[in-house]
Design a protein around this ligand. Sequence first.
Ligand code: DAH
Length: 342
Amino acid sequence: MESLKTRIEALTQEIKATVPATKEELEAYRIKFLGTKGLVKEVLAGMKEVPADQKKEAGQLLNAFKLLAEGHYESFSHLQENSTAGMQLADLSLPGADRPPGTRHPLRIVENKIVEIFEKLGFGVAEGPEIEDDWHNFTSLNMPADHTARDMQDTFYVAQNPDWLLRTHTSSVQARVLEEGKLPVRVICPGRVYRNETISARAHCFFHQCEGLYIDENVSFADLKQTLYAFVTEMFGEHTRVRFRPSYFPFTEPSAEMDISCTVCGGSGCSLCKHTGWVEILGCGMVHPDLLRNFDIDPEKYSGFAFGMGVERITQIRYQVNDLRLYSQNDVRFLKQFRANA
Ligand code: DAH
């Protein structure tokens, strides 16, 4: 037992004094102490000679020694990596790491498509401010202060000035365009609008619309129907059917809502069309003569039509998106699905 102790002490000193500087020196240490015929194995074999009553103490000594020898080796493991021998150089001819391209937002894809179709029909694009005043959003469009139609649109007002609000519809851009006084007018006005609605799958406090306005001499309801029919067949396919239902908007007379045959079931009934075969896509009508007068345009000489559609609605129909919240959650898993259409 005493000789075992002395031997372990001597070897411990030797291990501590061994400071390998290269991978090769480290390997020499490993072979000498930790190899199958190395000194650690040899010392461990000495256990056989230890008398039974001292085996416990000897076992602890030997175990500590073995751990020390192994730990010493580990503490130089960085030498293995530092060696260039056998190291694989990067293949510089490989193509670089791919950076995934961004995708267009589905609402932008649809808005671009709407604009593209109407541009082909001779419409230009007009824009207006999102913070509007009462005149452009309501009063000039035949909605004076006490008009009940204002209740249809829960408005966000700007606290500093009760005359200012976040526009509730892109119809306000009609007013902006008409006050410029240039005729004829043939524009579409895409943009964001705001309403004080509780956010849910079917409602949001901001969304997007696209307004259309055409004013010239001799514009008739037939022109309105033909223009919107051309739009719908371009947007949803040539077999799409349309129907107009009488409706009411303060800024048009007569007014209508336009439905298209359901693009999902083709008319036989499904959840998109609520089993009616038809889906509503926009409001429209002949521009009210009072509105023309508000902008010093002679209704005896000029007439026109207007329409307004929800971009989210068109996107929902095109891509079967059933929750409005998805558009503003910025979830890549949703957004990347539209890559192919960008
Ligand atoms: N501004 C209407 C809305 O937000 C949509 C609309 C309907 C616009 C009829 C029009 C129109 O220009 O003629 O619900």
